[in-house]
Design a protein around this ligand. Sequence first.
Ligand SMILES: [Mg+2]
Length: 249
Amino acid sequence: MPLEPIDLHKAAILLDVDGTILDIAPTPHDVQVPETLRATLTQVSHRVGGALALVSGRPIGDLDFIFAPMRLAAVGGHGAEIRPTPNGGMFGQRATSLDRDMKRALAQIASRHECVGFEDKGYSVALHYRLALDQGLDVVDEVFRACKPFPPSSYELLTGKAVIEVKSPGFDKGTAVRELMTYPPFTGRMPVFIGDDTTDEAAFAVMPEFDGLAISVGRKVLGVSARFQTPHDVRQWLERLGTEVAAAS
Ligand SMILES: [Mg+2]
């Protein structure tokens, strides 16, 4: 699917991280940030007047850590955290923490399965089974059963690539992107959101409100404007975006 030219004077570039600009690793801690990607993101961010943000399920602190020493505007925790400028304050931390008993029950599931990773992000927890794909169905089933005794309005389940996540309700990448677009330097710009997973569809869904573009990676998603095959293709496109505009200005 051809991608129409992007006017960087008017665009905001919103990027999911894992599986979109970074190759998926065996565990979330193992991801590698190619050195050239830092330079590319810095350059593209400059070209769009700072209106480039990472939009991830990871907490913003985690994003800062893996991209260090670079910092970017970011949405973290599937929308629980919003930081419109790289060194500014965080907004949108209205998410409540998950029930402690629920967290304990979920942690026990991970401890029962060898090679299933447990990640506590405060307002959500994730069980990663990339290293134990044969146990994936059991893990998902046990998570559903562990959550069942709690009020349905107190949590949401998100399934992703070899991960199931339980999060506090009331926010997602879509609500967060809508809020991010109200802050400078994003206000009035046309968002281009790129994401690879089901959780990104909430952000795809709000793109029409801003005349924006939704672009998927790998998966075929109904209604998107374009699709990249791999994170490598996204990185190459970003590289071209930075250099073409640099050459033209
Ligand atoms: Mg992703």
